[in-house]
Design a protein. Structure first.
Length: 685
């Protein structure tokens, strides 16, 4: 292994832990026990030596002057300005264990873990934590806040979360970048797409916002939020009408084609244009580009991302788009097909049960609570349908007060005096401000972890580069020590991080080789579905049941609501943040400047708004304040509320999730962040 010892200069191999498809291999330079530089590992095929601006500044985050380095205990009421005092680890863990034991004696399902992808690592994510909560019998958390609609769609269509392989986009002749600002959120895919562009490929961006990626593509199609499924059906209509179909592939490798064909024929370009807010010629032209590429044996590829599935019909939209390469036979080429997630490729190589130890449940089947409805659920009383009221919340790898929808309810729930909240964190986030105890966790530079990816097909390892700062501890160690105080005596709670890492994968992943090289590629076919062989029971892509589902909130679906709140709002991430991570890194926040609302000039003029003015964005759920930026990045009728800022760093202590709602998607029970109507007005001085 690679212990964090102090020598003059060392190079340590690591992996980026964040919720990004790139999962970069890191080259960490350590001098005299301090990390001085984080770079990309040049020999890793997907990273090829390059990092995004955010992760290249990781030392600034680790050595931040406001880093939490000792346990803190709350001494103020939760409705007051937060005040904490330092305590010892023993005092904190003894008290936490005593509180959890008392609640568990009444009903362990009154205890809820809340976590997501603050780290994507298999150890510091859910490794030891899953064992702890399984043994406890706590409520389960449905981790839906980002990707579950798209995941459910791929599972229903392909049988797993799989797609084409990243490097082969460089050979594609047409790339549809659909719902993805790749320059900001998928940098290494963009490298391959740009290579294809230099060699003559056409790049088309499909996105309500004119993103930085759209700026670099040959064409931008600015459809209305939540209408992607209608556009996909319109493309199918034109593929059928012009016979740009691979009939052999459809006949042998697609189930339910006749049902889908009948639905598509009801979506001519004129109907699609009306629903999507684009022109019929844009529909026809896009279909011609996509359909004729295969007639010429020039592969077309789709890079889909998760923005477009954050609406009511997001799951069905992903299903319809995922079927497009089946209609044209794009899957026959290694440079054709679609990629939304590659995470399913790792299923055969991960030992999830060995890490999570489901046998610790001992036959119990605790209830599940959706993390996207935490605002409502924290305010529920006990009932036969819901179960016990939530009495304790253990938050790690997440910042729900900032990132969960309809945050006025989330804040009210976290402010409950009778809710016992423990937060494992690096900084005093909005959520940590409402905790009873805050426990200092290590960053990626200070602990061991292993990683898969959802954007490529390599396993990676992260070696600790330095010893933990102050009194910070890895998540794994915090849950080990808490398990001991709870009286959990099973040997699995004493296993070290290295033991966990060695259990994480099957024998096909050579751990010693992984530890030495830093990454290891899965042995997969280059064109995985050239002859069908999808992961469905019959090996065919499943087309049955897929259909367009309109938004909860739009001028077409809720005209009365739209009269009061006429602007559709999406809330894509600010370029230099990743969800709510990095918001407190000063150099990155200086680049972003302040929370912005991009608004088209025509919508600003109708409201008397000037560029740079403070505005109030509101609907019947709440309101927040930010700065108006009159910009061509916003199409008429749609505003872009860039997020996710910490509430306390925004004007008047709020952020974009004041106005989002908790209603869930058609598939996967995910949040509908981009399915949101608002109005905007001047906020005055």
């Amino acid at each position: 292994m690679n212990p964090a010892v102090t020598v003059a200069t060392r190079i340590v191999k690591g992996a980026c832990p964040h919720d990004c498809p790139d999962t970069c291999a890191l080259r960490i330079t350590v001098e005299e026990g301090r990390v001085i530089k984080v770079q990309g590992q040049a020999d890793h095929p997907s990273t090829h030596g390059a990092l995004c601006t955010k992760v290249s500044r990781y030392p600034e985050r680790t050595y931040h002057p406001e880093r939490l380095l000792q346990p803190l205990k709350r001494i103020s009421a939760k409705t007051e300005a937060p005040r904490f005092v330092p305590v010892s680890w023993d005092e904190a863990l003894d008290d936490i264990a005593a509180r959890l034991k008392a609640i568990a004696a009444r009903d362990p399902e009154a205890i809820l873990p809340y976590s997501y992808a603050g780290t994507m690592g298999l150890l510091q994510g859910e490794g030891m934590a899953a064992r702890f909560f399984n043994k406890l019998g706590a409520s389960r958390l449905e981790r839906t806040i980002c990707a579950s609609a798209g995941a459910a769609a791929l599972n229903a269509t392909y049988g797993n979360r799989v797609g084409m392989h990243l490097p082969f986009f460089a050979e594609s002749r047409l790339i549809l970048i659909w719902g993805s600002n790749s320059i900001a959120s998928n940098l290494h895919f963009w490298t391959y797409a740009n290579k294809a562009k230099r060699e003559g490929a056409k790049l088309i961006c499909i996105d309500p916002r004119k993103t930085e990626t759209a700026d670099k593509c040959h064409q931008h199609i600015a459809l209305l939020p939540g209408t992607d499924g209608a556009l996909a059906l319109g493309l199918m209509h034109e593929l059928i009408h012009n016979d740009w179909l691979d009939h052999d592939y459809l006949g042998r490798h697609v189930e339910g084609w006749e049902e889908l064909r009948a639905k598509a024929l009801a979506w001519p370009p004129e109907r699609v244009a009306e629903v999507c807010g684009i022109s019929p010629d844009e529909v026809r032209g896009l279909a011609r580009d996509y359909g004729q590429r295969h007639a010429l044996e020039a592969p077309a590829a789709i890079r889909l991302n998760y923005g477009m599935q954050r609406v009511r019909g997001g799951g069905n939209a992903v299903r319809l788009i995922a079927l497009l390469p089946c209609l044209t036979g794009a899957w026959r080429h290694r440079a054709g097909g679609l990629l939304l997630s590659s995470s399913g490729w790792f299923a055969a190589y991960k030992n999830t049960a060995a890490l999570d130890r489901p046998e610790l449940l001992a036959g119990r089947q605790p209830r599940s609570i959706n993390m996207s409805t935490i605002g409502d659920d924290l305010l529920r009383e006990s009932s036969a349908d819901f179960g016990p009221r939530i009495e304790a919340l253990i938050v790690y790898n997440s910042n729900p007060v900032a990132v969960a929808p309809e945050s006025p309810k989330v804040v009210k729930g976290f402010q409950r005096a009778d809710l016992f909240t423990v937060v494992l964190e690096h900084f005093m986030t909005d959520t940590a401000d409402l905790a009873d105890y805050v426990l200092p966790a290590t960053t990626q530079l200070e602990h061991l972890d292993v990683h898969t990816s959802y954007g490529h097909t390599d396993v990676l390892i992260n070696h600790p580069a330095v010893a933990p700062l102050g009194e910070a501890k890895p998540n794994t160690q915090i849950f080990r020590e808490l398990a001991a105080r709870m009286g959990f005596t099973e040997p699995c709670f004493a296993e070290s991080d290295e033991q966990l890492a060695r259990q994480a994968f099957t024998a096909e992943i050579d751990f010693e080789a992984l530890a030495a090289q830093g990454w290891q590629s899965l042995p997969l076919k280059e064109a995985p579905f050239a002859e069908g062989g999808f992961f469905t029971p019959n090996g065919k892509a499943q087309a049955g049941g897929a259909d367009y589902v309109p938004n909860y909130e739009s001028a077409r679906s809720t005209p009365e609501l739209a009269r009061r709140f006429p602007l559709a709002m999406i809330s894509p991430p600010a370029r230099n943040f990743l969800n709510s991570s990095f918001v407190n890194v000063k150099s990155l926040r200086d680049i972003e400047g302040e929370p912005l609302l991009e608004i088209h000039a025509s919508d600003a003029a109708a409201r008397g708004l000037a560029d740079g003015s403070l505005v109030r964005v509101f609907n019947e759920r709440g309101s927040y304040h930010c700065t108006a930026r009159i910009s061509e990045r916003a199409r008429p009728g749609v505003v872009n509320g860039l997020g996710v800022w910490w509430r306390k760093l925004g004007p008047r202590g709020s952020n974009v999730n004041e106005v989002t709602h908790q209603r869930l998607t058609d598939l996967g029970q995910a949040p509908s962040f981009y399915d949101c109507l608002v109005e905007v007005e001047s906020a005055g001085a």
